[in-house]
Design a protein around this ligand. Structure first.
Ligand SMILES: Nc1ncnc2c1ncn2[C@@H]1O[C@H](COP(=O)(O)OP(=O)(O)OP(=O)(O)O)[C@@H](O)[C@H]1O
Length: 227
């Protein structure tokens, strides 16, 4: 694997159900993502975008082939090892923020760092910097319910990168926002990805946002195809 490659799907197959009910979502799917790349995943509903993100993020295992992260084949690793790689190397952003409602914005960004072993002071400092960078620092003491949709998503992005992952996987991160806010949140996400050198795979139905990414891929009969 070339040095800058951070993620590779090699001959990945994934199906649900068996017999008459078998649904092949991915079939011999191949894909490579390099450091610093921002890739749009644009495909019709139900074709397997979330499945692909779950496989790439080690939340699901492929039925065939392998997912290789930073040179490490992950398909047959034990659950504990997959969880460790997921925690250190991968950040997730979803359509809905999934922030913990009983914690403040800054605490939501501190928690993954403290779970990873960082002290409270250091975690708070990094969380504050990230929230400032995403222009939501002034809302740090507020709980998610007190924030706007765009602010909630910016906090969720800060949380996703809190442990400095190498890969960011996002499933419709602006899908729940009005067009203006979607652009604003995407601007913040893009700036962060560009500044940190992360590799990002972002599923979106928004063609304008997809056009701003370095590459676009789609799913076609179980294959990952460049657009
Ligand atoms: N656990 C499961 N068991 C059976 N079928 C499933 C399961 N998970 C997903 N599917 C099916 O696999 C297909 C792909 O689902 P997936 O959620 O990956 O699509 P998607 O492209 O992300 O869709 P959307 O854009 O609507 O979110 C769908 O037809 C879905 O119904």
């Amino acid at each position: 694997m070339a040095v800058e490659e951070v993620l590779r799907l090699e001959g990945v197959g994934r199906h649900y159900g068996d017999g008459d009910k078998r649904l092949d979502i991915l079939k011999d799917a191949n894909f490579t993502m390099r450091r610093g790349e921002m890739i749009g995943l644009v495909a019709p509903s139900g074709t397997g975008k979330s499945t692909l993100l779950h496989l790439a993020g080690l939340l699901e295992r492929p039925d065939d082939g392998d997912v290789i992260i930073n040179d490490r084949p992950c398909g047959t690793l034990a659950d504990a090892e997959r969880t460790a790689i997921r925690r250190s190397d991968i950040g997730f952003v979803y359509q809905f923020h999934h922030l913990l409602p009983e914690f403040s914005a800054i605490e939501n960004v501190m928690l993954p760092q403290m779970i990873a072993g960082l002290g409270r002071k250091e975690a708070e400092e990094r969380a504050g910097q990230l929230l400032d960078y995403l222009r939501v620092g002034h809302r740090g003491v507020h709980r998610p319910a007190e924030l706007s949709g765009g602010e909630q998503q910016r906090v969720a992005i800060a949380r996703a990168v809190a442990n400095a992952p190498i890969i960011l996987l996002a499933d419709e991160p602006t899908g729940n926002l009005d067009p203006h806010t979607a652009h604003y949140v995407f601007d913040a996400l893009e700036a962060l990805v560009r500044q940190s050198g992360l590799a990002a795979l972002i599923a979106t139905h928004n063609h304008e946002l997809a056009a701003r990414m370095d590459r676009r891929v789609t799913l076609d009969e179980g294959k990952i195809v460049e657009l």
